[in-house]
Design a protein around this ligand. Structure first.
Ligand SMILES: [Zn+2]
Ligand SMILES: [Zn+2]
Length: 137
């Protein structure tokens, strides 16, 4: 008999095919059902929406996709976006760039790094851009 500790709750259980105890498998099935039903009813929604509507963690939703239990077709791709800059990302909440910035505590500089919101220097940038285009032609 293959006895294992459940990675989720720590309970000792007999391993059959899934590395989860029966309690957690049942819990997992319930969560998966919620996610699946939401995706069916809201085709083209994002993984973040599914997470917010069902309360199931994004990591789990992505795992369903990775495991092929959930059809990625039903979800809007890319599945996740960086909460800071909006870049498409594969996992987590931030893109590698932003999480790196967050780790370094440079959050204060965020505003100056958003190009679409720059005001005064915008014209200069446009000029440079035009000049760049002319030179390239
Ligand atoms: Zn468990
Ligand atoms: Zn980012």
């Amino acid at each position: 008999v293959d006895l294992r500790n459940c990675p989720r709750c720590g309970r000792l259980f007999t391993y059959i095919s899934k590395n989860l105890c029966p309690v957690c498998i049942e819990e997992d099935e319930k969560e998966f059902k919620k996610v699946k039903e939401y995706v069916w009813a809201h085709r083209g929604c994002s993984a973040v929406e599914v997470h917010e509507a069902t309360g199931v963690s994004l990591e789990k939703i992505l795992n369903y996709l990775r495991e092929g239990r959930l059809e990625a077709r039903g979800l809007k791709g890319p599945l996740l976006f960086c909460e800071s800059c909006g870049e498409p990302i594969d996992q987590g909440r931030f893109c590698p760039k932003c999480s790196d910035q967050l780790v370094r505590g440079l959050k204060g500089e965020e505003n100056s790094k958003k190009p679409s919101y720059s005001t005064g220097s915008g014209k200069e940038k446009n000029k440079m851009y035009l000049a760049d285009r002319i030179i390239r032609r």
